[in-house]
Design a protein around this ligand. Structure first.
Ligand code: S3P
Length: 170
């Protein structure tokens, strides 16, 4: 695809919106590196995100998340996938808007739930009613994700590659 990236694309949005899968496909399409903030946090800590939450708490995780984002956002063209909470911090949003282009992968509750329901890896969804928790998070966060430069709607039947093409065309 004849698109030359000049800045990093930073994918934001809820858990299950496809940031990692679409980001990987998009980076291949554009011929740039793919970086995943959760993965980088886990690599640096030598622990999973769930273990970090359990041992050190969410605020510790958020501090590591901001550090990692700062490190990944060098301004070089690449695709960066962020954890679902990263864009909620105003400082992170500023950093992202200065050095990259934020793209919200927008998806509705049913789509998100279908994708996360069988995975027990998300600490924020370890609640008695994870679907209700997901709904609450979505309602609270959507207005913040809407501050992203670009919003791309994830449709249920759309393949990962087609979703990546949809992002690239924007
Ligand atoms: C979180 C989303 C997760 C991970 C952590 C917190 C969130 O990433 O960063 O569990 O606050 O929504 P994904 O969005 O990649 O699942």
């Amino acid at each position: 695809m004849g698109i030359t990236l000049t800045r990093p694309i930073v994918l934001v949005g809820m858990m299950g919106s496809g940031k990692t899968a679409v980001g990987t496909a998009l980076s291949r399409l554009l011929g740039v590196a793919f970086l995943d903030s959760d993965h980088e946090i886990e690599r640096a800590a030598q622990m999973s995100v769930a273990e970090i939450f359990a041992r050190d708490g969410e605020s510790f995780f958020r501090a590591r998340e901001s550090e990692v984002l700062g490190r990944l956002l060098t301004g070089h063209p690449c695709v960066i996938s962020t954890g679902g909470g990263a864009f909620l911090s105003e400082a992170n949003r500023e950093m992202i808007s200065q050095l990259g282009v934020s793209v919200w992968l927008k998806a509705d509750l049913e789509l998100l739930w279908n994708r996360v329901r069988h995975k027990a890896t998300r600490p924020l969804l370890r609640t008695p009613d994870p679907k209700a928790t997901l709904a609450e998070l979505l309602a609270a966060r959507a207005p913040v994700y809407a501050k992203a430069r670009i919003a791309v709607e994830a449709e249920p039947g759309l393949s990962i590659n087609n979703m990546a093409c949809k992002v690239a065309r924007r």
